[in-house]
Ligand binder design. Structure first.
Ligand code: ARG
Length: 284
C-alpha cells in the first residue's frame, strides 16, 4: 500500500492523518565519539560504544525506509564525531539550501562538508551565510512558516538572513535552558499547523508567541522533555521519538498520530536523538 494511502487515527473522532513521503539526509555514526564537551549532555570521560551507536542509527534509517521515506547518505568524515547529527548540516526550504556555520570550532568543518554534498547533488540555490546558524537544529518549517531558535547556537541575526533568503516568514524564539540548546530539542513539528513543545525551554516572550501561534499545541512534561522526547520526526502521521517519552507517546496517539518509539541511547550521550540525526530535504 503506498504510504500516502495510510490513514491514521486509532480513536474515532480524532482527525484523519496522512503521511507524506520525505527525502531525508543521514550520516552513519562510524566516527561517532564524545571527545569534547559543547553541551551539558557530553561527558568525554565516559565511554561511548560506537558500534552500538551505528546499530541504533541503522535501526532509525531502516524505520524511515520501511515507512516509505527515502534516505540519502553523506559520507562521514574522520575527526568529526558529531557529523551524525545531520540536522545541523544545513537548512533546506523549497529546494534552497542555507549552509550551516557552526558556533564551536570542533564542528566548523561540518559546514563545508555538508555544503559539498548539496553542490555535488545538484542543488543550485545555495547560500554560504554571513551569520552563525546550526541548520535544521534551529530552523523548523511549519507549513509556510519557519520557526527559528536562538540563545545558544544560532545567531539571532541569522533569522533575518534566512527570511530574506527563503522569502518565508521566520519567527524568532529564544531558548534559555542549556540542556535544550537547539530548537529541535525543545519543539517538534507534527503537521503543517501543529507542533509539540516544552514551554520551560523558552523565554516568557517566546512562550507567549508560541501560545498565540499554536493554541492547541501538545505540551511536553518536564520528564518527556528531559529524555529528548521533542527531538522527533513526523511525516504527518508517524512520529518517531525516543521511546522513553511515554507521556508524549500517549498524547500523540490520542490525537490520531502513530507514535513510534526509538532507541538512540548512545547518541544521546552527545546530546542528540531522532531529529538531530535527520536533515529534511523536502517531500520525496
Ligand atoms: N553534540 C552535538 C552538539 O552539541 C549534538 C547536536 C545535536 N543536534 C541537534 N540537531 N540538536 O552540537
Amino acid at each position: 500500500m503506498p504510504l500516502t494511502d495510510v490513514i491514521g487515527g486509532p480513536r474515532p473522532g480524532t482527525p484523519a492523518r496522512r503521511a507524506t513521503p520525505r527525502r531525508l539526509l543521514m550520516c552513519r555514526p562510524q566516527h561517532f565519539d564524545v571527545s569534547y564537551r559543547i553541551n551539558p549532555w557530553m561527558h568525554p570521560e565516559k565511554p561511548v560504544d560506537t558500534d552500538l551507536a551505528v546499530l541504533q542509527w541503522e535501526q532509525l534509517a531502516e524505520q524511515y525506509r520501511s515507512l516509505g521515506h527515502t534516505v540519502e547518505l553523506i559520507d562521514p568524515v574522520e575527526g568529526l564525531p558529531d557529523m551524525v547529527f545531520a540536522a545541523n548540516g544545513a537548512t533546506v526550504v523549497d529546494g534552497k539550501v542555507l549552509a550551516a556555520r557552526f558556533r564551536h570550532a570542533q564542528r566548523t568543518a561540518e559546514g563545508p562538508a555538508y555544503l559539498d554534498w548539496f553542490v555535488r547533488n545538484g542543488y543550485q540555490d545555495v547560500l554560504w551565510p554571513e551569520f552563525i546558524n546550526e541548520g535544521e537544529g534551529d530552523y523548523l518549517q511549519v507549513g509556510r512558516r519557519i520557526l527559528a531558535g536562538t540563545g545558544f547556537r544560532t545567531d539571532q541575526r541569522s533569522h533575518a538572513e534566512a527570511q530574506e533568503f527563503f522569502g518565508r516568514p521566520v519567527t524568532s524564539l529564544t531558548l534559555v535552558n542549556p540542556n535544550h540548546y537547539h530548537l529541535d530539542t525543545a519543539l517538534a513539528v507534527l503537521s503543517p499547523d501543529e507542533i509539540m513543545y516544552w514551554p520551560a525551554a523558552f523565554t516568557p516572550g517566546s512562550r507567549a508567541v508560541l501560545r498565540e501561534m499554536f493554541p492547541d499545541a501538545v505540551l511536553a512534561s518536564d520528564e518527556d522533555a528531559a529524555v529528548f522526547g521533542l527531538n522527533a520526526f513526523s511525516d504527518g502521521l508517524n512520529v518517531l521519538l525516543p521511546s522513553a517519552a511515554t507521556g508524549l507517546i500517549a498524547a500523540l496517539r490520542e490525537r490520531g498520530f502513530n507514535p513510534i518509539g526509538t532507541e538512540l541511547g548512545e547518541l544521546l550521550k552527545a546530546g542528540g536523538s531522532v531529529k538531530c540525526c535527520t536533515l529534511e530535504l523536502g517531500d520525496a
